[in-house]
Design a protein around this ligand. Structure first.
Ligand code: GDP
Length: 464
């Protein structure tokens, strides 16, 4: 499969495409985007500016007010914005027609545009064209979906950082070191007996160290970034009556679970999400895990167990005002080795718990009933998920594809270091360095196969 990177045939696409780029619903305005060499001609067939001038007479970045008309029938009035290649989102000629944001209205206008020469845009096709025309690299393109779908401010900041090119910049720095290294290796091979500035195995090692450290930093922040973006599947567990529902209410700030004095009445797994310390916890308030005779409650208990098995983060609630019993100890034993935070609830009452039983666990104290301990709980969650130390405005890899490329580059750099340390020829080091570069080129899309590009953009929404 030939690459579609710079060397592999970027260029203007033939078809002129159109799609509604705003969400379909009821809104003040909605926008239809047309892109391609015929974009302005197509728009001129349906849009009549009040000035009487055709859009083709406008320069780039110019707007005209007018009407979208099907023959004599006016569909709506609005504004057409003209962009001339290459200064547009896609790098092609683009017209964006903004009308009133009615669903039927926009669909009718789009149909008219399609009847007048445009083809319907596939999901992500505008951004794909922007990529193929060199307007954006893959990491910036991939950040767009994050900008659109962000569910927390942290996710938005991560996506914005990627969109501003933070990942691209970090990768470019690594590439620069590796290219310098490649050049030094070539000079070293060509002139082995000359002492050239910056050309020696010690200098090679410096470049490799830089690349290794930078990639390691990126890979280690990936998981925390994923948690900030996607949230973390969380189970709240503990015996009946220790205060799980009350803790959940402390986290969510509302009375969403049934909080009751009678043990065993939180029967089912209640799904909800809360943001705690910037992290979205996909929570489930579970029926108390314990042996039960009640069939209905037993269903809740078995669901709670499943939830506990799959949870990435466990919040184990204990009643600190009572000594631990066998059920508490069994629960703690089952949680050893898991990402788990032990919540010592009811700390408004005298403490009866033996702290020795909690060795090796992260703990935090709350009095959920009085709404106390929220901040400490958030801080502990940030710490345990490693998100507290993550700067959401820095270069944080956004998805598994990017992580896999960075991991491949990292492995190749380690191989290069081994080859250098074991006294292999510089050529062997060079091969590993080129492998690392290839992986980085794939990450940013400098060199990427058609299949990979297709796969990425088909996950976009239509109109983007
Ligand atoms: P769950 O069965 O584990 O979900 O427990 P609940 O949240 O239903 O709470 C059981 C009882 O403990 C209720 O009467 C709560 O008001 C009480 N409770 C919960 N948290 C606290 C706390 O921090 N301090 C005190 N004193 N009581 C609490």
């Amino acid at each position: 499969m030939p690459p579609v990177g710079k060397k592999g045939g970027r260029g203007l696409q033939e078809k002129t495409i159109a799609a509604i780029s705003t969400a379909l619903g009821e809104s003040a305005v909605g926008m239809i985007r047309i892109s391609g060499s015929e974009a302005i001609a197509v728009a001129d067939r349906v849009f009549c500016a009040v000035s009487g001038k055709p859009l083709s007479s406008l320069k780039g970045y110019a707007a005209a007010y007018g009407e979208v008309k099907d023959g004599e029938r006016v569909i709506d009035d609005g504004v057409a914005l003209v962009f001339r290649a290459p200064k547009s989102y896609t790098g092609e000629d683009v017209v964006e027609i903004t009308l009133h944001g009615g669903r039927l209205l926009l669909l009718e206008a789009l149909r008219l545009i399609l009847e007048n020469g445009a083809k319907p845009a596939a999901p992500g096709e505008f951004t794909k064209r922007a990529f193929l025309n060199g307007k954006t690299d893959l990491t910036k393109a991939e950040s767009i979906m994050g900008l659109i779908s962000a569910k927390s401010s942290a996710e938005l900041r991560l996506s914005r950082a990627a969109h501003l090119g933070k990942i691209s910049k970090s990768i470019a720095e690594i590439e620069e070191h590796l290219l310098l290294l490649d050049a030094s290796i070539a000079a070293f091979s060509d002139y082995p007996d000359e002492e050239l500035e910056g050309v020696s195995p010690a200098h090679f090692a410096e470049h490799l160290d830089f690349a290794e450290n930078a990639l390691q930093r990126m890979l280690s922040s990936y998981e925390a970034g994923r948690v900030l973006r996607e949230g973390v599947e969380t189970a709240i567990v503990g015996k009946p009556n220790v205060g799980k529902s009350t803790v959940m209410n402390l986290l969510s700030g509302t009375e969403r679970s049934i909080v009751t004095e009678i043990p065993g009445t939180t029967r089912d797994v209640v799904e909800e999400s809360v943001i705690a310390g910037g992290v979205c916890l996909r929570l489930a308030d579970t029926a108390g895990i314990r042996k039960t005779e009640d069939a209905v409650e037993a269903i809740g208990v078995s669901r709670a167990k499943n939830r506990l098995d799959t949870a990435e983060l466990v919040l184990a609630v204990l009643d600190a005002s009572r000594p631990l019993d066998e059920d508490d100890r069994a629960l703690l034993a089952a949680l050893r080795g898991r990402t788990c935070l032990v919540i010592l609830n009811k700390n408004d009452l005298p403490e009866q718990i033996d702290r020795k039983d909690l060795q090796g666990f992260y703990t935090v104290e709350t009095s959920a009933l009085n709404g106390e301990g929220y901040e400490a709980l958030c801080a502990a969650i940030g710490k345990i998920t490693h998100t507290a130390g993550l700067d959401p405005d820095s270069a944080v890899l956004m998805n598994e594809r990017q992580r896999a490329c960075a991991a491949k580059a990292y492995e190749s750099i380690k191989e290069a270091k081994n080859a250098l340390a074991s006294g292999f020829t510089t050529d062997a080091v060079g091969v590993c360095v080129d492998d690392a570069l290839a992986a980085l080129y794939e990450l940013t899309g400098k060199r990427v196969t058609n299949e990979v590009a297709e796969e990425i953009f088909e996950h976009f929404c239509v109109g983007k």
